[in-house]
Write a protein that binds this ligand. Structure first.
Ligand SMILES: [Zn+2]
Length: 410
């Protein structure tokens, strides 16, 4: 497909000669008979190649009808490409090492190098890149070099189904070098089909002359029988990942059940908050230094009886607790290795201990305020104390990556 170059493109000119000018048929010196002009993008800018084509001057020689192109031409770009190898490799690298989508590759090419390519051509280059990469990965000579220093190999097989109903891609990987050996889509993974792949892996291992120390898989039936048949003396282990995943199901089920029970027990936060807010509103509007023992008791659900002068900061502490507990109850983070229910139970225990410390401090506090006759001083001390404790409970939970409760003091 011809590439449309803008009229004002500034090309660097590159002339290419045939290096070996002996006619391959008769051995005479060949002449230049024609020129081929090509334009390609390189990362250094647009290049115009002037390729001098040679042929044998003897009209009776078979070398006369065939032209020879400069040897270096294909080291710059393959025939019909609008980009050089450097751009081609850049595209492939962006796609497969950085996992960039085509539209982003397209805009990066334009922004960074002023190279304008259609999405279709980029997709086509990516296709070529894949083919070359696969060919390179399966090249037996390079594979042998790669495995020269390896004593034994460990193989794994697994099927990946991109979508339900689609064919499954079976992948054989070698784990010591973390290398995909080969992959094949199978519509129906019968035991025979799977065994064929395992036999292929065996042939590869034999051609490398390396013993197979271990097979890993999810141990589905076709794998178990196929590996046992092709590799009778090689151990076949459950892959860690599948093992954990299978174990995770019952663990997470039990954990979720425990969470439901905890949430059932710890409830009524909204009610408490409304009661506190209502109390604060009443205090603000009436400007009364009045005690509301009944309301306060309902709020904390424990027999506390603060003097009215500290009612405001005490209710703020209660609101902080409510926020913290709500954060704990809504925390669903964590997988089977850190079950959310266990974390919830730990965090609720911490809150309970924190409230208990507040209550203990309160008891001591009210006793001392009764004996010593200075309510203002003890109130200030008691409030700071309670606030610090509520913060310490908050901080220790935050360090466990629970959602951070809103902190009144900050
Ligand atoms: Zn000739």
């Amino acid at each position: 497909m011809p590439y449309a170059w803008p009229k004002d493109t500034d090309f660097a000119l590159l002339e290419l000669d045939v290096l070996d000018r002996t006619c391959p048929a008769c051995g005479r010196l060949m002449y230049i008979c024609d020129h081929r002009y090509r334009r390609v993008h390189t990362l250094e800018g647009p290049v115009e190649l002037v390729c001098k084509l040679n042929h044998c001057p003897d009209p009776t020689c078979p070398g006369h009808a065939k032209t020879k192109s400069p040897e270096l031409e294909i080291t710059i770009a393959l025939p019909k490409w609008a980009v050089g190898w450097d751009v081609f490799c850049w595209i492939g690298h962006r796609r497969y090492s950085r996992h960039r989508p085509i539209p982003q590759i397209q805009s990066d090419l334009w922004d960074d190098y002023g190279i304008k390519l259609s999405a279709d051509s980029i997709a086509r280059y990516i296709g070529y890149y894949q083919v070359m990469l696969a060919a390179c990965q399966q090249d037996s000579e390079s594979l042998r070099r790669h495995y020269e220093a390896v004593d034994e190999i460990i193989l794994s097989i697994d099927g990946l189904q991109p979508e339900k109903g689609h064919e499954t891609l079976y992948v054989v990987r070698e784990l010591t070098q973390k290398r995909v050996w080969f992959a094949e889509p199978l519509i129906s993974a019968t035991a025979d089909e799977v065994r064929r792949l395992i036999a292929q892996a065996k042939a590869w291992a034999e051609s490398l002359g390396k013993p197979v120390a271990l097979w890993l898989s999810d141990r589905q039936d076709a794998f178990v029988t196929g590996i046992a048949a092709e590799f009778p003396d090689v151990p076949h282990r459950y892959c860690n990942n599948h093992f954990l995943r299978d174990l995770a199901k019952p663990v997470l089920e039990a954990d979720s059940h425990a969470k439901v029970r905890m949430r059932k027990k710890v409830r009524g936060l909204r009610k408490i908050e409304q009661a506190v807010l209502k109390q604060q509103g009443a205090q603000a509007s009436e400007q009364l230094v009045d005690n509301h023992p009944a309301a306060t008791t309902a709020v904390i659900e424990t027999p506390t009886n603060p003097p009215a002068s500290r009612g405001d900061s005490a209710s703020a502490v209660v609101l902080d607790y409510c926020t913290a507990v709500r954060g704990i109850l809504n925390d669903d983070q964590g997988g089977p290795l850190h079950p959310p229910g266990l974390r919830m139970a730990d965090a609720l225990d911490e809150v309970r201990a924190s409230i208990q410390r507040d209550l203990d401090a309160k008891k001591g506090d009210s006793q001392s305020s009764n004996s010593a006759d200075s309510p203002a001083a003890s109130t200030a001390a008691g409030t700071r104390c309670a606030t610090n404790r509520s913060r310490s409970a908050t901080t220790s939970r935050t360090s466990r990556k629970s959602p951070r409760p809103s902190n009144r003091e900050s």
